[in-house]
Design a protein around this ligand. Structure first.
Ligand code: SAH
Length: 353
């Protein structure tokens, strides 16, 4: 075990006993994003907007279409959650400038808890005005237009394990000097989730993402009450299922998830069925999840690629083609990554869905 966060969590477990997985994950993720050098070839992982500028551009166009649908209001509150290095929003704003009147209407709000990343985002914006928030609570009233890429996967999950005929909470304890899962008290997973699953076998694990569901529910409630649209991208599954999806990545490789809290990227796959249900239960319409590859192609990726390829050098051509393949092909990021859109309940399916 190494690192400040690991020592702090270990001391807490020694004093109080095994802790809920969600608390362990919440502390680990918060510590992790305060570090430098998380993203990119030099960091731990690469996200879609970091792979190709086309991703952020098409997101920008999607919101331009929402702006048109809303009657081209003079002010358009655009919110990004967990903007990372700010690449997506910078690309989206560039595309927004090609739509007359749109960029001028954007009032940009960024939800980001990491001071390091807030600074990186300000730099990427190159003077475009924005305000930063810790959460949804401080956003201005009124319609909400929100984009989040690889944000929900960073929110903490809980797990239960089926043992001897009962579900038990999975907690994180210490085995010698290492973090290890231990069974906690009996716990009842959401009945709505269990009702759609086959009877559990011994040792089966079920994951719940209360923080992500709550976040989606609050966004949906805002959209239901005041209008707007939300677009979530993440890796995950379209249907709920059993299984442990908590994973850790360091320098582009999977590492044991509990081994180095705060030092590695700790995430869980998103259960899109549960996210859509949370949104619908709070009065919004949910569209998708659509496979990311399908969404990108439907939004015009091939046309944009053709434009960028004009006048490209052979090296640039190779880079453009391989990066768009990575985003769209089913065995790469095209199928595991999915898009979910939330709109007011009477809305027609939006572009790409
Ligand atoms: N969207 C970016 C980065 C994804 S990484 C991209 O696609 O490249 C996850 C982002 O969510 C980081 O910016 C991280 O600091 C932020 N984040 C994680 N947990 C958060 C929380 N609880 N509240 C606000 N932001 C959070």
């Amino acid at each position: 075990m190494s690192g400040e966060t690991a020592s702090r969590l270990a001391a807490r477990i020694r004093a109080e006993g095994p802790m809920p997985l969600a608390e362990f994950m919440g502390e680990a993720v918060a510590a992790y994003y305060r570090r430098e050098r998380v993203f990119g070839a030099e960091g731990d992982f690469v996200t879609a907007p970091e792979i190709s500028q086309i991703f952020g551009e098409l997101v920008g166009i999607w919101f331009a279409l929402r702006w048109h649908a809303a009657g081209r209001p003079e002010r358009f509150p655009l919110v990004e959650c967990g903007p990372g290095r700010g690449t997506l929003i910078a690309d989206a704003l560039r595309a927004a400038r090609s739509v007359p009147g749109f960029a001028k209407a954007i009032e940009l709000h960024l939800i980001e808890t990491s001071p390091t990343l807030r600074a990186a985002q300000a730099e990427a914006l190159a003077g475009f005005p924005a305000s930063w928030h810790d959460g949804l609570e401080t956003l201005p009233e009124g319609p909400l237009f929100l984009i989040a890429n690889e944000f929900l996967d960073a929110l903490p999950v809980a797990q239960v394990v089926f043992r001897g005929g009962a579900w038990r909470e999975r907690r994180v304890g210490l085995f010698r000097e290492d973090f290890a899962f231990v069974d906690g008290a009996e716990a009842a997973p959401p009945a709505a989730m269990l009702s759609r699953l086959p009877p559990p076998r011994e040792g089966e694990i079920l994951e719940t993402a209360a923080a992500a569901e709550d976040f989606v529910a609050r966004v949906a409630a805002r959209i239901a009450a005041a209008g707007g649209a939300a677009l979530f991208f993440d890796y995950g599954h379209a249907e709920s299922g059993f299984g442990d999806t908590v994973q850790a990545v360091s320098r582009h490789r999977y590492v044991p998830p509990l081994a180095a809290p705060g030092e590695v990227d700790l995430t869980a796959h998103v259960d899109f069925a549960r996210m859509a249900e949370a949104a619908q239960a709070h009065g919004a319409a949910a569209f998708g999840p659509a496979d990311q590859g399908v969404w990108l192609v439907a939004m015009g990726l091939p046309t944009r690629l053709t434009v960028l390829l004009r006048g490209a050098t052979p090296e640039q051509t190779e880079a453009l083609v391989s990066s768009t393949r990575r985003l769209t092909e089913p065995h790469a990021m095209g199928r595991l990554f999915k898009a979910l859109a939330l709109l007011p309940v009477s809305a027609q399916p939006p572009e790409g869905f």
